[in-house]
Ligand binder design. Structure first.
Ligand SMILES: Nc1ncnc2c1ncn2[C@@H]1O[C@H](COP(=O)(O)OP(=O)(O)OP(=O)(O)O)[C@@H](O)[C@H]1O
Ligand SMILES: [Mg+2]
Length: 475
């Protein structure tokens, strides 16, 4: 069965009208059966009464011919009765007191079975043939003569043909009437169902519209009672929903604006703070030179140069974070990048007594990345690890692949990060180091996110830190 058919059958209108039709049909059939049953009972009774009456009349008329054995008179009497009651009496017989047939008149071809004397005593109904039109009432009556008692019997065959024909006619009419009633029932059911459920269907459409995002959608308020209340409640709910969503949207926009302002404030404060320190030392040196009237000595110039370089570095890093340069992605072997970074930092790491362990999976796929950016990320993390293990330790670099991702984990056995600081390590300018800018991890985060990847830091104070980088393998 197709879906649309299923939907049709499941629709409330069809179900209601079908239920009504079933109830109407059942009631009509029951009423029709009762009518037919009653009609048959009344007709049969009527026919039997008529038969009994005829037998009674004949039994009086036949006494004399029966006593004088005037067969011809008896036959004429039977014949004339059959003639006047044409279509009702199909055979008539006169029996003697001993139960022998004396005279017989019949309209049917069939041989009429002779009845037993005992049966002649009472009225009986019997079938002469399988053809329902040939069914008869077999009516027998004793012929009683005054002073002589029972002198014979009269037997009449009353056909049920008329009764059956009448019943067939009534049946036909009843069938026709039932069909009309059932059909009207179905039509009325459909009409009623449509009328009752129209508001429900409209509500259904309204709900679907709201579901599709058409907030504030209204339905026409039709129907009465609960249905009307439901429509009103739906309209109110839809309007409130729109109000709430609008309010949430405005609140969200405000929140985003506030968040942006906050971030900008944080940035500016951090930048100002970072630049202020080197500027102060330059300013102090210039003040001292001005007061003493002596020119700068070589150490002064070196300090000033160092501080200006520091300002330059801070501004460059800030710019790299705020406006990352457009980079080109090329197929890159991540293991190669890791090796280059380790080679670059090896001397410095060995000076701090740090052992480097590389566990690189040679099977990792090539990734479409900006190699310089990713190298900078690894370098920042390896430098951090080195700075956390100034008293020596072990640096382990791991690379694996799986689940459409390549992961690089850099683990150190350094100072670790407190829970408090762990929440802030990706914030720009967050640093715990004297000469740090606090931009290393902020830039790393920005680059990795730019590549659709993830960067996570796990750390335990005094035990070490593990930085994990996940990069997606893009086909
Ligand atoms: N491996 C690590 N072990 C311990 N602390 C770490 C580690 N990595 C980062 N941190 C903490 O996170 C802070 C922020 O690191 P981030 O690299 O962003 O800046 P930084 O190293 O302080 O300065 P720079 O800009 O020179 O990198 C560090 O100051 C340090 O407190
Ligand atoms: Mg750093």
């Amino acid at each position: 069965m197709s879906i649309s058919w299923k939907r049709q059958i499941n629709s409330i209108a069809v179900r209601i009208s079908l239920s009504i039709a079933v109830v109407v049909a059942a009631t009509t059939i029951a009423v029709a059966w009762l009518i037919l049953h009653e009609e048959r009972r009344v007709l049969e009774l009527e026919l039997q009464r008529k038969g009994a009456y005829l037998a009674e009349v004949i039994s009086h008329q036949i006494i004399e011919p029966l006593l004088y054995e005037e067969r011809h008179t008896m036959y004429s009497l039977l014949q004339s009765t059959m003639k006047t009651e044409k279509g009702i009496v199909v055979f008539a017989e006169v029996y003697g007191a001993d139960g022998e047939v004396i005279v017989q008149a019949k309209e049917v071809e069939k041989t009429i079975p002779v009845l037993d004397k005992k049966i002649l005593m009472r009225m009986s109904s019997a079938s002469l043939a399988s053809d329902p039109l040939l069914q008869i009432f077999d009516i027998s009556l004793p012929v009683v003569a005054k002073g002589l008692g029972t002198v014979g019997y009269i037997r009449l065959g009353i056909t049920k043909k008329f009764l059956i024909e009448t019943l067939t006619e009534v049946k036909k009419k009843l069938y026709l009437l039932s069909s009309v009633i059932v059909l009207s029932g179905i039509m009325a059911g459909l009409w009623m169902a449509r009328k009752i459920i129209r508001p429900v269907l409209m509500l259904n459409q309204g709900v679907q519209r709201v579901g599709r995002g058409e907030l504030g959608a209204k339905v026409d308020v039709i129907g009465v009672g609960e249905i009307k209340e439901l429509s009103l409640a739906f309209n109110e709910m839809s309007a409130r929903l729109k109000e709430s969503v609008d309010a949430i949207k405005t609140a969200q926009e405000n929140l985003v604006r506030t968040e942006k302002l906050y971030a900008l404030g944080e940035f500016s404060a951090g930048l100002a703070h970072e630049i202020k320190n080197p500027l102060t030392s330059v300013k102090m040196l210039m003040q001292a030179a001005k007061e003493s009237g002596k020119p700068f000595c070589t150490t002064d110039i070196e300090i000033i140069e160092g501080e200006i370089n520091r300002i330059d570095r801070i501004v460059k890093e800030f710019l790299a974070f705020a406006r990352p340069a457009k980079t080109e992605r090329i197929a890159t072997d991540i293991n190669e990048l890791v090796k280059e970074v380790v080679t670059l930092s090896r001397l410095k790491l060995e000076q701090s007594n740090i052992t480097v362990i590389e566990r690189l999976d040679p099977a990792i796929p090539m990734l479409m990345v900006d190699p310089d950016g990713i190298k900078q990320v690894f370098l920042n993390i390896v430098l951090n690890a080195g700075q956390a293990m100034e008293q020596g330790g072990v640096l382990t670099v791991n690379s694996t692949s799986g689940d459409s991702k390549v992961s690089v984990c850099i683990h150190d056995t350094g100072t670790g990060i407190s829970e408090e600081n762990l929440k802030r390590i990706f914030d720009p300018f967050f640093t715990t180091k004297e000469d740090g800018t606090g931009m290393g991890l902020a830039i790393a985060y920005s680059i990795i996110k730019e590549h659709g990847g993830d960067i996570m830091v796990d750390s335990m104070p005094d035990e070490g830190t593990m930085v994990s980088i996940l990069l997606p393998v893009v086909a």
